[in-house]
Design a binder for this molecule. Structure first.
Ligand code: GBH
Length: 466
């Protein structure tokens, strides 16, 4: 059903699994700071220890082998490598840790896909303005070059930034992710802009300094729901759906794949709201003096979890905010089952539709589904029948996208290898293919039924059979 070289993966992120938050000279990140403040995370939990993957990496490697993965997507902790965020001081213990991870993977015939940034900015850089500051993009570029130089002989698939949408909106508008800012209608756009600039600089660095020798590929991972008008025949709902798509997927994918600039729908909505309030546009512009952004993604990296129906609505009183710029409300279809978190309606066919949309809108790029998963709540219950079914159904939709819609899908990464620190939900929400016992000092990992199911799917397809 799948091509021979299809990437079968699972994904994790440094802060969610590693622990060792102060081990061997690691610097603090904004998630260390955020989780140590009261009232930020469910049950006042934090990732100080998490799955303890910093000490127990070899157990993770066993999990990876049990599943038969061909690829493993991990993220590097910027502050573990560069404790103050800059290359002036390199933490060699951190370098050694990731060298071992990468070498062990390759020794087991597993290809690493490496994310440079998955939400965990070094605290030292937050103190200088964080992602609101243009200088952070330049420092990210130096960090990226350091990583290409250090690990790029062995890593061929790179993600610069994971989900800039989430960093920008949840971190700087909603305040529910680190750094916990609620600066309505301004900071998120600035953060998104600097993240795009950071990505672009890093891609150009790779292209000019490393690509010829290392022969890898670099992209940025966008998250997007599949969106449909609440009433298929209603013009207002159709327009609202287009607006929300522009403000989520389009915000980052349009500049990278279509025009080198933000979607027109997004720009004009923000401009109009800004003008009403007598201020200049809150959406920054790309400068002609900077490296071009169009074409700086070597593949399309998509994190898909769920779907929504859309209609006009929103706003936040008199204030300017992203809600009033977007003027949309998204709702769940009552027929969609919900799993362990309220936002995750189970809609496997949404992935197929979104993949087709990406093919048509972004000029048929190579696509990796870099995250997709299903959450469970509660205690050890390794018979996670629903999730096993979810993976079967979702992968069947990916197969249809490949075969019937001709989407150039190159790989699929389940989120996540392990139950882990689920950001504001702490350890209460479990996304793993392996259960992790967080009460156990050894953090015992136990295969869920869904993990078994995924392993079966992989082994059936790996050899290009069936
Ligand atoms: C991914 O984001 C992350 O990359 C990953 O680290 C995380 O573990 C995984 O999801 C599972 O959550 O709380 O109602 O405001 C997926 C995109 C966008 C999904 C924000 C959750 C929050 C909805 N996420 N959304 S709400």
């Amino acid at each position: 059903m799948f091509p021979r070289d299809f990437a079968w993966g699972a994904a994790t992120a440094a802060y969610q699994i590693e622990g060792g938050w102060q081990a061997d000279g690691k610097g603090a990140s904004i998630w260390d700071t955020f989780t140590h403040e009261r009232g930020r995370v469910f049950g006042e939990q934090n990732g100080d220890e998490a799955c303890r993957s910093y000490e127990l990496w070899e157990n993770d490697l066993e999990c990876i082998q049990t599943l038969g993965l061909t690829h493993y997507r991990l993220s590097l902790s910027w502050a573990r490598l560069l404790p103050n965020g800059t290359t002036r001081h390199v933490n060699q213990k951190g370098v050694a840790y990731y060298n071992k991870v990468i070498d062990d993977l390759l020794a087991c015939n597993v290809s690493p896909m490496v994310t440079l940034y998955h939400f965990d900015l070094p605290q030292a850089l937050q103190a200088q303005g964080g992602w609101k500051s243009a200088g952070t993009a330049t420092l990210f570029d130096s960090y990226a070059k350091f990583c290409f130089h250090t690990f790029g002989d062995r890593v061929k698939l790179w993600i610069t930034i994971n989900e800039p949408y989430v960093c920008a909106k949840l971190g700087h508008e909603d305040g529910i992710h680190a750094p916990g800012l609620k600066e309505l209608g301004t900071a998120a756009y600035l953060v998104g802009h600097n993240m795009l600039r950071a990505h672009t600089m890093a891609w150009h660095s790779y292209d000019s300094l490393y690509r010829t020798e290392q022969k890898g590929a670099v992209s940025l991972a966008v998250n997007s729901d599949w969106l449909e008008p609440l009433n298929a025949g209603c013009t207002e709902d159709i327009a609202a759906t287009e607006r929300l798509l522009a403000f989520t997927l389009g915000w980052f994918a349009w500049p990278l794949f279509v025009t080198g600039d933000y979607p027109e729908i997004m720009r004009s909505a923000i401009d109009a709201q800004s003008k009403k309030s007598g201020c200049s546009s809150r959406l920054p512009s790309f400068s002609k003096d900077e490296p071009a952004i169009l074409g700086t993604a070597d593949f399309f990296a998509l994190n898909y979890y769920t779907s929504r129906k859309v209609k006009p609505g929103g706003g936040c009183g008199e204030k300017l905010c992203m809600k009033s710029d977007r003027d949309v409300e998204d709702v769940l279809d009552p027929s969609w089952p919900i799993c362990g978190v309220s936002w995750l309606a189970v809609v496997p066919e949404g992935l197929r539709k979104l993949l087709k949309y990406i093919k048509d809108t972004f000029n048929n790029p190579a696509v990796y589904v870099t995250e997709n998963g299903f959450s469970q709540v509660g205690p050890l219950q390794t018979e996670d029948v629903q999730r096993a079914q979810f993976y079967k159904d979702t992968i069947a939709e990916v197969a249809k996208a490949l075969q019937e819609d001709g989407v150039n899908v190159r790989g699929y990464f389940a989120w996540s290898l392990l139950d882990n620190f689920e950001w504001a939900d702490g350890f209460s929400v479990r996304f793993g293919l392996f259960h992790v016992d967080f009460k156990d000092a050894e953090r015992q990992r136990t295969l869920y039924q869904s993990g078994q199911e995924y392993a079966k799917i992989i082994s059936k397809n790996k050899c290009g059979q069936s």
